[in-house]
Ligand binder design. Structure first.
Ligand SMILES: *Cc1c(COP(=O)(O)O)cnc(C)c1O
Length: 435
C-alpha cells in the first residue's frame, strides 16, 4: 500500500538496492563508484559484474504493468519509464552506464548512444525546427560542422559561429546577429577546438546567453567535452546544460568501440530521450558493458596519459627540429586562454599539436619512422597515435580555412597513451632523427 502503482494492480518494480554515494558525510568519488554503482548482484544470480543482457524485448508481469510502463515512456505520465519495455528504448547495461556517466559531472541524468555523432545528431534534432539558428563555436569536429551546415541546412536551419577563444563582447555580438536571423535553438560549443587547442569561455557564453534570452526562449548550451572530459573538464559546473561525449575516445579508452554520451540536466535530456526512443540511436548492450569495464580504469588511464603527455611535450618543445608544440600545459601566463584554463580545467589532457620545422616531407618522415606510436587518426586510447591532419582528417578543408585554423603541412596531431614515458620519448627522438 505504498504507492499509486500497487493500488492500480501493477506489481512493484524489482528495483535494485540503492548504491551508496556517501559514507556518513563523506562523498564518494566517481572513480570509486565506477566499480559497482547502479548494479545490484542479487537481481542477477549474485553475479559480481553485470551480465550482458542480450534481448530485444522485456516481459511485463501483467497487462497493467505494460500499460503503465508505456505511459511513462510515451510521456503520457511524467517521470519516464518505470520498467524496461523494448531494447530500442533502454536495457540494463545501458541504464547502469548512464547512471555511472552522470556521476563524473555530478549531473542529474545521462544518455548513451551508438556513437558520438549519433548523440550529437539526436541532440540537435530534438531542438531545431525550420527557420531556427544554431550558434556555435568554431571550429567544431568536422562531422558536426557537416551535420549543422549541410544536413540541418536542408531543413531550413542556419548557423552563425564565433571563434573558440572569443571574448564576452564577441559572443554577445554573434548572439545578437543570430537573434536577428531567427529563433536561436541551441548554443553548441566544443572545447578545446581541434587542432587549434583554443578553449571556449563557457562562463562567458552562459552569461551572454542569460543576458540575451529570458524564460522559455533560452536556448540550451551544449558542449563537446570529448578532449578533456570527464576528468580534466566538467563544463556543467561552468554553466553548460549538456556535456557531449564521443565515448569512443578517452571514456572507452582502448580503441575498440564506438559510442557516445550526453550528460546534463533532466529538463534538457528528457526530450532528447524521447527522440532517441523514436529514432533508435541508443548503444547496444555489449558496447555498454565494455564501457562499464572501461570506466573502472578511466581515472588511472587518463592520469597516466596526462603525465606522459607533460613529459613528452617538455622533451619536444626544446628539440631543434620542432617549431612549436600546441599543448594546453604551455599556455602563456597572463593570457586570456590561460585565464580560461585556470577557471575551467584541472589538466592539460594528452592530445596536442606538434609543428615540425619544414612541411609535409618532414611530417611524413617523422610519422613513417615511429615504432611505438601508431599512425592512425582518433585519440584517447591506451596506445599513442599520431597523424597529419592536413593530409588526413582535414584533407577536404578549403586551403584558406586550413591556414586560418593553423592546419599546416608540418602539423602532426598526437594523442599520448599509457605507455612508459621514457619509451615514448625514445621513439620520438628516433623518428626526429630521420626528419
Ligand atoms: C570523435 C569525435 C566525435 C565523433 O564521435 P564518434 O564516436 O566518432 O561518432 C565528436 N567530437 C569530437 C571532439 C571527437 O573527437
Amino acid at each position: 500500500m505504498t504507492d499509486e502503482s500497487e493500488m492500480s494492480g501493477v506489481p512493484a518494480k524489482r528495483a535494485p538496492k540503492p548504491s551508496p554515494t556517501h559514507i556518513g558525510n563523506h562523498k564518494l568519488d566517481a572513480a570509486t563508484l565506477m566499480m559497482g554503482y547502479g548494479f545490484d548482484p542479487t537481481l542477477s544470480e549474485g553475479s559480481l559484474k553485470p551480465p550482458i543482457f542480450l534481448t530485444s524485448t522485456f516481459v511485463f508481469e501483467n497487462a497493467a504493468a505494460g500499460k503503465r510502463f508505456f505511459e511513462g515512456v510515451t510521456g503520457k505520465r511524467p517521470g519516464g519509464a518505470e520498467g524496461l519495455i523494448y531494447s530500442r528504448f533502454n536495457g540494463p547495461n545501458q541504464e547502469i552506464l548512464e547512471d555511472r556517466l552522470a556521476l563524473w559531472e555530478d549531473a542529474e541524468d545521462a544518455l548513451a548512444f551508438s556513437s558520438g555523432m549519433s548523440a550529437i545528431a539526436t541532440l540537435l534534432l530534438t531542438f531545431v525546427k525550420p527557420g531556427d539558428v544554431v550558434v556555435h563555436s568554431g571550429p567544431l569536429y568536422a562531422a558536426t560542422e557537416t551535420l549543422i551546415a549541410k544536413i540541418l541546412g536542408k531543413f531550413g536551419v542556419t548557423w552563425l559561429d564565433f571563434p573558440s577563444g572569443s571574448t564576452r563582447e564577441e559572443i554577445d555580438a554573434v548572439i545578437a546577429a543570430a537573434k536577428a536571423k531567427g529563433r536561436v535553438a541551441m548554443i553548441y560549443l566544443e572545447s578545446p577546438a581541434n587542432p587549434t587547442n583554443a578553449l571556449v569561455d563557457v562562463e562567458a557564453v552562459r552569461a551572454a546567453r542569460d543576458a540575451a534570452f529570458s524564460g522559455d526562449e533560452r536556448p540550451p548550451i551544449a558542449i563537446d567535452n570529448t578532449f578533456l572530459g570527464p576528468l580534466w573538464a566538467k563544463p556543467l559546473a561552468q554553466g553548460a546544460d549538456v556535456s557531449v561525449y564521443s565515448l569512443t575516445k578517452y571514456a572507452g579508452g582502448h580503441s575498440d568501440l564506438v559510442a557516445g554520451g550526453l550528460v546534463g540536466s533532466k529538463a534538457v535530456l528528457d526530450p532528447v530521450r524521447m527522440m532517441r526512443n523514436t529514432i533508435g540511436t541508443i548503444c547496444d548492450p555489449n558496447t555498454a558493458w565494455m564501457l562499464l569495464r572501461s570506466l573502472e580504469t578511466l581515472e588511472l588511464r587518463m592520469s597516466r596519459a596526462g603525465e606522459n603527455a607533460a613529459k613528452v611535450c617538455e622533451y619536444l618543445r626544446s628539440h631543434a627540429k620542432v617549431e612549436s608544440v600546441g599543448y594546453l600545459g604551455f599556455l602563456e601566463d597572463g593570457s586570456r586562454q590561460a585565464d580560461i584554463y585556470r577557471r575551467h580545467c584541472t589538466g592539460a589532457g594528452s592530445t596536442f599539436s606538434l609543428y615540425l620545422k619544414g612541411g609535409e616531407k618532414e611530417a611524413f618522415a617523422f610519422l613513417d619512422n615511429l615504432q611505438i606510436a601508431h599512425l592512425a587518426v582518433s585519440l584517447g586510447g591506451t596506445e599513442t597515435l599520431a597523424s597529419a591532419p592536413a593530409a588526413m582528417t582535414h584533407l577536404s578543408v578549403p586551403d584558406e580555412r586550413k591556414q586560418a585554423l593553423g592546419i599546416t603541412d608540418n602539423l602532426v596531431r598526437i594523442s599520448i597513451g599509457v605507455e612508459n614515458a621514457e619509451d615514448l620519448i625514445a621513439d620520438f627522438e628516433n623518428a626526429l632523427r630521420a626528419v
